[in-house]
Structures are given as C-alpha cells and as structure tokens.
Design a protein around this ligand. Structure first.
Ligand SMILES: Cc1ncc(COP(=O)(O)O)c(C=O)c1O
Length: 482
C-alpha cells in the first residue's frame, strides 16, 4: 500500500514561473508600444481568457484589449527581444527574406519546424570544409577536430538544459526517436501485464503510439490525464490515475495544438511520490522558454534540433544517470561497445551505449550553434517577447468574424490554433499561402486532443521570436478577406 501523500499545488502563472495577467498586460504594452496608446486600458487591464464551454473559445468570449493601431507594418519600428533588435534577429535568418507567391514570406509554421539562422548554416559549412571526419576513432587531426566539435555540442546542450554533465545527453534523430528509445530500452523491460503508463490528453502521436506499442507487447495499459475546458491538465484528476500498478509517466511540456504549458514540475513531483519515473516531451518548449531539467526533476527529457533553429535529423535526449544506467542498449553496433567476442559483448557507458553506428555529427555540431544563438538572445527574453506576441495574436484573431480559437489555457505558448466558420482548414491554409503566410492546417499529429474539443483539424499559426506584431496584423487582415 502506497502511503505517500499528495502535495497540493496552487497553480498560478507565477507558481509556474510565468507572468500573471497584470504583468502580461504591461509586457504587451512595453513590447509593442506602437500598437497601443499610452492611455490604453491594455497597460492596466490585461487580456484574460474565460473558462469556456467545451468546443473552444468564441472570438466574442475574449476581453477586448485596447484599440490597436490600424497597421503596424512596414513603417513601424520593430520591437526588441531583450537587448537585441528584431530587425537584427530577422536579418540573421536568410529565408525570412524569401518571397513566396510574390509576397514576403511570413513564417508562422514554427511548431512544425523553425528556420535556421546564418550562424547555424555557416557552422555546418565550416564543419564540412574544415573538420569532417568520423569521431572517436582514428589517430589523425580531423578525427580530433570532429570529435571535439561533436562533444563540444553535447556539452552545450547539457549546459542549456541544466543537466549535471554532458554524459547525460544522448544524441538522437529527434523527439520521436528519443521517446521510442526510452519506451523500448527503459520502460518495456519494467513492464508486466496489468502495469500502467500515464500520458495526457494533450500528447502528440509521437508520445502516444510508442507507449501503445510497448503496452501491446507486454499487456500493460495506457491511462490518460484529462484536460479542462481551456486545455490545461486537471491536476486532481491526474493524481487520481496513480496506483500500485503505475510504472511510468510521459507527458508533453507544451501542447503542439493548444499551446498549453503543462505544469510538468508539479506533475513530476506527484509521479515521483508514487515511485513512477517521468519523461517530458520538450519538442514544443525548448525554443520558447528556459528549461532546466534538474529543476523540473524530470528523469528523461527530449527535444528535436529542427524545432529550435537547428538542423533536421538531430535531437537530444537527457536522462538522469541512474535511468541511463538502467536502460538496455537500444541498437547494437560500433561505437556503443567496449569489447566484443562471439560469446558476449561489453557495452560502453552512457551516452555511447545508446549511440550505435556513425552519429549525425555535422548536425549535432549545427545544433550546438543553434543553442549558442538562442542563448545569446536569452531564453528569458525570448519567453517574455513571445508571451506578449501570443497574447496579441489571440486578441487580434478573436476579432475575425466566425473565428474560434482552439486552446485558451492561461499558461499558453507559441500556438494560435483556430477554426473558421464555413471554411475548410486546408482551404484557409492555401488561401493564406497565396499571401505568403505559411501556417499548418490539419490534425497536427494530435488527433485525440482535437477530437476532445470536437474538431478533426484546425488551422495552426505558430510563433517564434523572429515573428512580429505586423505579421499577426497581416494574418488577421488576410483572414478578414476570406
Ligand atoms: C509535442 C511534440 N512531440 C513530438 C513531436 C515529434 O517531433 P519530431 O518529428 O521532431 O520527432 C512533435 C512534432 O511536431 C511535437 O510537436
């Protein structure tokens, strides 16, 4: 019998390290002064989403903020992210100067993938021009250079995530591969028939299907933490899912459809109270807010490089020392072994134990450059800027006739999903594309949460720190013309 008591958490934006409504109002006004008049109620009265009936927010359900200037576009001075001007940031991303269908590109598909700054592109070129070699073997200079660059990138990721050591970081292809690794190498060997794995209703398919596969193979059962009408996890219901059969919890940090910022620290503490280990899917969080895996106390944490301005085909999996030690090797081959005979193989310690074969060396190095880039702007600065931009986007989108915002949690990051009365989502996406605006339309690989809110799909503009209020204005103006 588990006698652990469950701590009560008063979930407020401040308790999650996020600004409260008043602070957000001030932030919005300070970041986009040209969009708000000095006397505007925006500075004193923050936008506050209501708790809404199931089916999502109606545009009319949102408080109206201060009157917004008609057009902040080309003439308006771009705001700053921390001390760096948005103008400089945007100049670092060559593709943002691209024209699409004769119009300047407006990249609002950051949830699917982000764009790369010149610094990352140049780092890849430099690697191939000056350092290219396989790593960890060979007695020559280029092997040393590439090994140094590769391990240096691992160290940068460890520092960025607040991990104790670079040995806690395993290079993987991305979030999907990291979750599959943990499911098969760590969780599956723990499972027997009747054991339970907890996920949440918010999960991307990448954090559902691997658990279904190991559950099917072992007779384990998947349990799902519900959300409230805003799309936030109901912590009291989550806590009720635990019992003596609970073995593992895997949850997203930020929902890729609703933008909900999940209180993973509190949820991890509850899971640990019941002796269950925890994995956090950081695919949608690392590029939008500071993350410290030690403070979260997550046992595993994973993210994809391409969602944080780095290359595709590379990501990082963090594991605590003891879970890395306990996990079985996941693939066999070169690099992960200490000694091989036909009778037995001795494995390397983590992280090498999980990195069989030749790694994606260049892209790991490129990911290190992406980490350097966001660190130079400052993750706190990025989080504050984006928070203001999300609030602005929600307020402005809610003025479009027939538009329903999907996902209205108080703690929300980067995502502005919506549906438009009388219009197919794909039709909206294609129409916006004609104006140079790239958004995603469809089920976003997270069908359960969309269906929970009564939709088969949605249109999803998703933001990064290089997006501007003027781009939001263009999105809104274009939608009004549909
Ligand atoms: C929350 C979440 N988890 C996992 C993934 C899968 O990431 P990847 O395709 O880079 O492996 C995504 C991708 O959109 C995501 O948004």
């Amino acid at each position: 019998m588990n006698t652990m008591t469950i701590q009560r958490f008063d979930l407020t934006p401040n308790s999650l390290g996020l600004p409260d409504e008043r602070e957000i109002g001030a932030l919005v006004a300070s970041y986009f002064p040209e969009f708000y008049s000095a006397q505007s109620p925006a500075a004193s009265k923050a936008y506050s989403p209501k708790v809404l009936p199931e089916g999502g927010a109606r545009a009319s359900d949102f408080h109206s903020l201060a009157p917004v200037a008609q057009q902040g576009g080309s003439g308006a001075q771009l705001p700053y992210v921390g001390t760096v001007s948005l103008e400089k940031i945007r100049a670092d991303f060559p593709i943002l100067s691209e024209k699409v269908n004769g119009k300047p590109l407006v990249w609002l598909d950051n949830g699917a993938t982000t764009q790369r700054p010149r610094q990352v592109i140049d780092r890849l070129v430099y690697y191939y021009e000056h350092e290219n070699s396989n790593v960890h073997r060979g007695a020559h200079t280029l092997a040393e250079r590439s090994t140094d660059a590769f391990e240096d990138a691992r160290g940068k990721i460890a520092g960025f995530l607040g991990a104790p050591s670079k040995d806690n970081i395993v290079f993987v292809r991305g979030t999907t591969e990291g979750i599959n690794l943990v499911a098969h190498a760590y969780v599956k060997p723990l499972l027997k028939a009747g054991d339970e794995i907890i996920v949440t209703l918010l999960e991307h398919h990448a954090n559902i299907v691997p658990w279904q596969i190991v559950a099917e193979e072992t007779g384990a059962v998947l349990r799902v933490a519900p959300v409230d009408q805003t799309g936030q996890i109901i912590i009291s219901e989550y806590a009720k899912l635990f019992n003596r059969n609970t073995r593992f919890v895997s949850m997203t940090h930020v929902s890729n459809v609703l933008g909900t910022v999940v209180p993973v620290r509190e949820m991890t503490a509850i899971a640990h109270g019941f002796g269950a280990r925890v994995m956090v899917d950081g695919a949608q969080s690392v590029s939008h807010m500071p993350v410290n895996v030690s403070a979260l106390d997550a046992d595993w944490f994973v993210f994809s490089g391409h969602k944080i301005f780095g290359p595709t085909g590379i990501g990082a999996l963090y594991g605590k020392e003891d879970v890395l030690e306990a996990a079985r090797p996941w693939q066999g081959g070169g690099n992960m072994i200490a000694d091989v005979t036909f009778e037995r193989t001795l494995y390397q310690k983590a992280p090498d134990k999980f990195e069989a074969g030749t790694a994606n060396i260049a892209d790991a190095v490129g990911l290190g450059a992406a980490i350097d880039y966001v660190s130079s702007v400052g993750m706190e600065n990025i989080a504050a800027y984006e928070r203001a931009l999300v609030e602005y986007g929600m307020k402005e989108l809610s003025t479009v006739p027939g538009l329903t915002l999907v996902g209205t949690a108080a703690n929300k990051a980067s995502v502005l999903s919506f549906v438009l009365d009388g219009h197919d989502n794909m039709e909206v996406g294609k129409y916006l594309d004609k104006a140079g605006i790239a958004v995603r339309a469809g089920h976003h690989c997270a069908q359960p949460i969309l269906r929970h809110f009564g939709y088969e799909g949605a249109v999803r503009p998703s933001l990064a720190f290089y997006n501007t209020p003027a781009e939001i204005d263009l999105l809104v103006r274009t939608l009004r013309g549909l």
